[in-house]
Design a protein around this ligand. Structure first.
Ligand SMILES: Nc1ncnc2c1ncn2[C@@H]1O[C@H](COP(=O)(O)OP(=O)(O)O)[C@@H](O)[C@H]1O
Ligand SMILES: [Mg+2]
Length: 353
């Protein structure tokens, strides 16, 4: 039905609610057939952006095109988009068959063609044996699949999902995540996926935009965002727990945190005060390093999360194994030089080296 495209371009999108600016100028280029995540904390503007893409909100400034065509003010029905909401938004009085077939009926698809299309979409999410039931007779996971089937039955150009897994329990969320990824590959459709869960964004997305306070702080592949956060705000958000951010100093190739000096392979393009970023998994407890006292250890089953006091800072370290520590045990924290990030304390921006 659709021509297997779906390149989305947003330029300077602003959205104001009363005197609150929810979107402060969003620029995005989403490639055809890409799985693109909008990731950010609650209230950062992800759903508003998705609703602008769907045509459910009209922007106060900016333009949106799909495959080069301006659709900024187009009605939702003119956009060839399908959306899945967090609460599924199924019609409770209709069977699954009628729910899934509803968009086809609205599109004026001939009546006799609908059952086969419904069955095919339902089979893709393995609920084709439940078509005679109503939503209230289904588990949460099955309702979620029904919402997916209803979205894919029309083979839309854009597949939009707003936190579709957040009402499922943890186990089911992990299973459904895998299936969703397979489904999207199978469908070959541009998918824009809103989530506040970075693990979902990292595992599902080809690329992602990190939303903070109504702006996009970074756009890139999951690897880009994880390995090269563009500023302190992104660094403080990505990772679980996120990287430690510690005041330091650079002179030549040497980074110093207190009396602990680390030699870098290359000289950063910046000298003087810096913020040193290091992930909890990139710190080892060794003979030489930054003196620290254990504040609290957490046993994760697979490994440990250790919290150390270093002056006024709390530094988190992830150990791959579980071992015993004395209360308040003194250790030295050694940072892996190849895994250090540096940020300008004034601008917050990443310093390359
Ligand atoms: N219809 C609305 N009226 C007033 N404020 C809104 C409306 N929709 C969203 N907002 C506000 O805009 C901000 C961004 O909301 P939203 O895009 O839903 O965030 P997210 O999906 O990232 O959690 C929030 O502060 C929210 O309260
Ligand atoms: Mg939201």
């Amino acid at each position: 039905m659709s021509s297997k495209k779906g390149r989305v371009s947003l330029r300077g999108i602003r959205k104001v609610f009363g005197d609150f600016e929810a979107l402060k100028g969003i620029d995005l280029e989403i490639e055809p057939v890409e799985f693109f995540a909008l990731l950010g904390p609650s209230g950062s503007g992800k759903s508003t952006t998705l609703r602008v893409i769907a045509g459910l909100e009209t922007p106060d400034a900016g333009t949106m095109t799909v495959d080069g065509k301006d659709v900024t003010y187009a009605q939702p029905g003119e956009r060839d988009v399908a959306m899945v909401f967090q609460n599924y938004a199924l019609y409770p009085h209709m069977t699954l068959e009628a729910n899934i077939g509803f968009p086809l009926k609205m599109d004026g698809v001939p009546k006799h063609e609908i059952p086969a299309m419904v069955r095919e979409a339902a089979a893709k999410v393995t609920i084709d044996h439940l078509l005679h039931r109503r939503p209230g007779q289904l588990s949460g996971g099955q309702q979620q699949r029904c919402a997916l089937a209803r979205a894919i039955v029309r083979q839309p150009k854009l597949f939009l999902l707003d936190e579709p897994l957040s009402n499922l329990d943890a186990q089911l969320r992990l299973e459904t995540r895998v299936e969703l990824k397979k489904l999207q590959r199978d469908l070959d459709v541009t998918t824009i996926y809103v989530t506040h869960d970075q693990e979902e964004a990292m595992t599902l997305a080809d690329r992602m935009a990190v939303f903070l306070d109504g702006t996009i702080a970074q756009i890139g592949t999951p690897e880009d965002v994880f390995n090269r956060p563009t500023n302190i705000a992104v660094a403080a958000f990505i990772g679980s727990p996120p990287m430690n951010l510690i005041d330091g100093h650079v002179e030549g190739k040497t980074v110093s945190v207190g009396d602990y000096h680390i030699k870098l392979a290359k000289q950063p393009g910046h000298a003087g005060k810096v913020v040193v970023g290091v992930r909890p998994s990139h710190i080892s407890l060794s003979g030489k390093g930054l003196p620290a006292n254990l504040y609290l250890s957490e046993n994760l089953g697979e490994g440990m999360l250790l919290n150390f006091n270093v002056g006024d800072n709390l530094i988190k370290v992830r150990l791959p194994e579980v071992r015993r520590f004395a209360d308040n045990e003194s250790v030295n924290l050694a940072f892996e030089p190849g895994h250090i990030h540096l940020f300008d304390p004034e601008s917050g921006n990443r310093i390359e080296f």
